[in-house]
Design a protein around this ligand. Sequence first.
Ligand code: UD1
Length: 429
Amino acid sequence: MDKIVIHGGKPLNGEISVSGMKNAAVAIVLSTLLVEDKCLIENLPDIADINVSLEILRSMGAKVERKDRNTAYIDTRSAKQGVSPYDLVRKMRASYYLIGAELGRFGRAYVGCPGGCDFGQRPIDQHIKGFEALGAKVTVRDGYIDANTDEGLKGTSIYMDVVTVGGTINTMIAAVKAEGTTIIENAAHEPHVVDTANFLNACGAKISGAGTDVIKIRGVKQLHGTTYPIIPDMIEAGTYMILAAATGGRIRVSNLIPKHIDSISAKLVEMNVNVEEEDEAVVVERKGDLSKVNIKTLPYPGFPTDMNPQIGVLACLANGTSMITEGVFENRFRYVEELKRMGAEIKVDGRVAVISGKGELMGARVRAVDLRAGIAMVIAGLAASGITEIDDIYHIQRGYERVIEKLSAVGADIKLIHVPDSGAYDKTE
Ligand code: UD1
């Protein structure tokens, strides 16, 4: 397994361009199965999760051709329903979108359970509730989800018991070709829900209300191919904004949608960081010492749970006591033990972390325990004095495109060291 070695403590300056959004791209790529035609997907992030998604489609008989690093033709006309290879499906949590896409296309899905409970329990009962409401019989056995419908899916009203991004998108995907109208209430509002709906609409679906509590899907018989650019990744954008604040430099984070990062900008401003908004970029610069902050992670448009570890690092670099309350997952604080190796003082009680900021961190050997925790270690290492070595970095490579290249371009002393692979892989997001 490769590792990252960082010589930290230098302010970083320059520009970082944000890639396409991982969580929109995985949903869009897998939902091309429903389209039964040729699509050209642009602004695809070149990350492990997308390569796995494309590989899953290939294994089902779809034709996939990369035009360049960030553009791919996907033609799903010849795709066949079968058993999706478990060794691919287990590699990422988002493979649950295969269930909605296979059900919508073939009336049957047989997909390995997305494993991994890295932030505590991550059930998919609301996805199953959605499929069953549409008329599918769903059984879970031997680590597989078997969903099928003899008479086809039928539109209906579904109330989601919890606000779930995956459950909303998956039910929406399954309902696109169902007979009649489906209404999803208490839907998630995340930009990737909207982007997936926009892609499906560009293919001829009739989805309205994505981005609000109520999504209405009028079923259509057929979809057609399209050319579609994925939106920029708000979590990658937020990560590099926090990097600028942590290292004390001035970074222009470009190719983003400023509205999507409002909650992150607001917290940075509270912490004494300057955030200058442009049309499709923000310039982030620390004004002086960082101030303490209180944060609760929430579904969009609240502060994202996927930014919890990164803002946790920033709180360690602030002066005073900060509090982070995790409002989405049971356990998102696995990064805390790693940060403690770097001199952080943090107490976790259930969903609350109390961080006694000392204004500094020290380099150490740490692990990337999951994707966002991993990139948080990179931020910590770049802000810390001395040398930081990060193990298990395959987590980071799942979601951050060309991370070493992007960071080196703003002056980071960061290197990827190749260590022979042991074959491990996580399946968090
Ligand atoms: C997605 C994102 C992940 C992000 C999360 C929250 C992808 C691929 N991953 O994950 O990066 O951290 O949204 O923004 O887009 N829940 C249930 N039953 C369900 C589904 C979810 O109880 O059937 C609960 C979860 O345990 C959690 C909450 O609902 O407490 C939100 O989870 P959800 O929004 O579904 O997260 P994911 O789709 O797994």
